[in-house]
Design a protein around this ligand. Structure first.
Ligand SMILES: Cc1ncc(C[n+]2csc(CCOP(=O)(O)OP(=O)(O)O)c2C)c(N)n1
Length: 647
């Protein structure tokens, strides 16, 4: 559905049009932009609160800076809907996150205004610094480089690595710290407390305002005046503040905090900052969900609420005739608590995804045993390793694609030291509308090559429960290995999970459907698509067998010997990168044992898979039930035609 924008917004095809307006018209542009975002997200879904919170900032930035010449980088990019709408994508905005439509995140290939592709957090300062240093090198001294980063994203090590570097080399960069006290869930950590302290300290802010006014006036008078200002500033800092500023101690000039919803004031401040060379940080205070009262009140729920009725605020729930299976996430959350209630050694860890992963269930019930460590995947892994050295049973839940950040820690801190950390990788496989930055495509390949790492994927909720139970027992620790348990976003397949647990044998697969001729080998949830395909093949008279291998590592070698000795065609199916994953493991086994069966590997091809609904993406990769069925039938056709030609 395409919405009509308000009278000012509908005339803005690019930021040039915005810059043609009077500053006094900007509040109206903000109102219209906000309404346009509400209209569109209510029918399409997507990220919501973050873009509403930066509406004024977005308008002010494009008004003051000469984008796309000046480089504007949004951290994470989930807050960049306003930016997209102002930069030539208003008429396409109704296709946001839909297959074939525009991406929900900034993307270099989509627009020259998207200076850097994002999706994972805390990259903006490094990227802006790279651009700023390149501009200096090319003697483009007028060019501006702006990184907009939230207080949640500021908790990541990478942001600090970048600031540490930025304060030490010449560059012209503005970091805008968009402080709304929230990540997806309430932000955590000592930094959050620090930012709150600065924001509420009256003495500090009064003095800062004085310095700021002085700076604003004097920076116009050239270099020597700036040097004087700088001296005064430093003197004031030392004598009056008696309070060190974290950012200034890193050689970043700190300005603010200022009200991020006063668009005209924002433009004045940004204009002044433009004239001040060097790395600087502007602390802006905003409210996530600003302008939509329900979103202001429950900011976590309205981070990405799905479709909703914009008048009543009622969030659409899918309706079904039959009871629906629970989500893997719910099963994980409830099972973890259930196990933790019986086993005092269990600890839960999430890097900033308590509600997304359902770790919040344990956090609520056992706040001293479940931790949100901030957007800090690397730390989450090594923190888990430390806990494991002390004999604790650690469930560290990280989204598959975010785990890419903690890879060295998995190798160096966990597996090299034989520590039995339990990694639960949520959102494994094709993540859906969030697109390529969020697909968990590579985990099977990157985990199975590490010694001392078991790799498992449950086909349904019960298997998830059983493996969680199995690895929570002390007997698992005796293996001296870590485990990766990967499962997708969304519903499983069983309407209800059983209340009991079954011990799982590590490295043991299962025959699901008996058959002849062709064996289909699957791993994890995608096995359900393969199961439908095998059932349909059977209706067509072809008895293909189905094996749920459960473990990519160790492989069930006994079962594989049986398969390669019994079937002459094997199809492997995985919702992971085809190179190096499950199919590769099976093919390696086949070659190593000199079997000569025909093997077809289905999975995510070696290309970037864009956004769309999960099932549409399965189709695009040829791993939905119909595509698998076609492969099964084509194999049987070749067999028949071979038989015919040999007679
Ligand atoms: C490396 C990484 N880990 C986790 C996430 C998931 N994530 C997306 S937005 C977000 C919260 C970001 O908070 P903040 O930067 O303060 O922005 P806000 O949403 O408050 O505007 C998180 C944790 C991510 N995108 N990247």
């Amino acid at each position: 559905m395409q919405f009509q924008a308000g009278p000012l917004l509908s005339k803005i095809q690019s930021p040039k049009d915005l810059r043609g307006l009077q500053a006094s018209q900007l509040p109206q542009v903000c109102d219209e932009l906000r309404q346009f975002i509400i209209d569109n997200v209510s029918v399409n879904g997507g990220h919501f609160g973050a873009s509403l919170g930066v509406t004024e900032l977005t308008v002010a930035l494009h008004y003051v800076f000469n984008t796309p010449e000046d480089q504007l980088i949004w951290d994470v990019g989930h807050q960049a809907y306003g930016h997209k709408i102002l930069t030539g994508r208003r008429e396409n905005f109704h296709t946001n996150r839909i297959i074939g439509g525009i991406s929900g995140f900034p993307k270099r290939s989509e627009s020259e205004y998207d200076a850097f592709g994002v999706g994972h957090s805390s990259t903006s300062i490094s990227a802006a610094l790279g651009m700023a240093v390149a501009s200096r090198y090319k003697k483009e001294f007028q060019k501006q480089h702006i990184a907009v980063i939230g207080d949640g994203s500021m908790t990541a090590g990478m942001a600090f690595e970048a600031m540490n570097h930025a304060g030490d080399i010449p560059n012209n960069m503005i970091i805008i710290l968009n402080d709304n006290c929230m990540a997806i869930d309430p932000n955590v950590g000592a930094l959050k407390e620090y930012l709150t302290d600065i924001t509420t300290s009256h003495t500090y802010n009064k003095v800062k305002d004085e310095i700021w006014n002085l700076l604003g006036k004097m920076s116009k008078f050239g270099k020597s005046a700036q040097e004087i200002v700088s001296k005064i500033e430093n003197g004031l800092k030392a004598t009056l503040l008696n309070q060190s500023n974290l950012f200034e101690s890193l050689n970043l000039r700190y300005f603010g905090p200022i009200d991020g919803h006063d668009v005209e004031y924002l433009t004045t401040v940004l204009r002044d900052l433009k004239d001040i060379q060097g790395p600087k940080i502007l602390h802006v205070i905003t409210t996530k969900g600003k302008g939509y009262s329900l979103a202001e009140k429950d900011q976590t729920l309205w981070h990405a609420p799905g479709k909703f009725d914009k008048i009543t605020g009622e969030i659409q729930k899918k309706t079904f005739d039959n009871p629906q299976p629970p989500k893997y996430q719910e099963v994980f959350g409830h099972t973890l608590l259930e196990l933790a209630e019986k086993n005092p050694k269990i600890i839960g860890i999430t890097p900033a995804m308590p509600s997304g992963s359902s770790m919040n269930i344990m956090m609520r019930a056992m706040p001293d045993r479940a931790f949100d460590v901030g957007i800090a995947e690397q730390h989450a892994v090594t923190f888990s390793a430390g806990l494991a050295t002390q004999g604790l049973t650690v469930f560290c839940n990280i989204y598959s694609s975010f785990m890419q950040r903690g890879y060295d820690q998995v190798v160096h801190d966990v597996c090299l030291q034989n520590l039995p950390v339990i990694f639960c990788l949520d959102r494994a496989g094709l993540a859906g509308a969030d697109g390529p930055t969020h697909h968990g495509s590579y985990d099977l390949a990157y985990m199975r090559c590490i010694p001392n790492m078991i790799v498992m994927a449950p086909k349904n909720e019960q298997e998830l429960r059983n493996i969680m139970y199995t690895v929570s027992l002390d007997s698992f620790k005796e293996l001296n290995q870590a485990i990766t348990i990967r499962y997708p976003r969304g519903e499983g397949v069983m309407p209800a999970w059983r209340t009991d647990f079954e011990l799982m044998e590590i490295g043991k697969g299962k025959e699901v459907i008996k058959g002849k001729q062709i064996a289909v080998l699957t791993i994890g949830h995608i096995g359900n698509q393969a199961e439908i395909a095998c059932q349909k093949a059977r209706e067509k008279g072809l008895e293909s067998a189905l094996f749920d291998m459960r473990f990519v590592k160790p492989l069930d070698e006994k079962l594989l010997h049986h398969i390669f000795q019994t079937f002459d065609s094997v199809i492997t199916v995985e919702d992971a990168a085809i190179q190096g994953g499950f199919g590769s493991a099976v093919a390696e086994f086949m070659v190593d044992h000199h079997y000569t069966s025909k093997i077809i590997r289905l999975g995510i091809p070696d290309e970037i898979i864009e956004h769309g609904e999960q099932i549409e993406l399965y189709r695009a990769c040829g791993i939905d039930s119909e595509s698998i069925l076609k492969k099964i039938m084509s194999l049987s056709d070749t067999k028949i035609s071979k038989m015919l030609t040999s007679h």
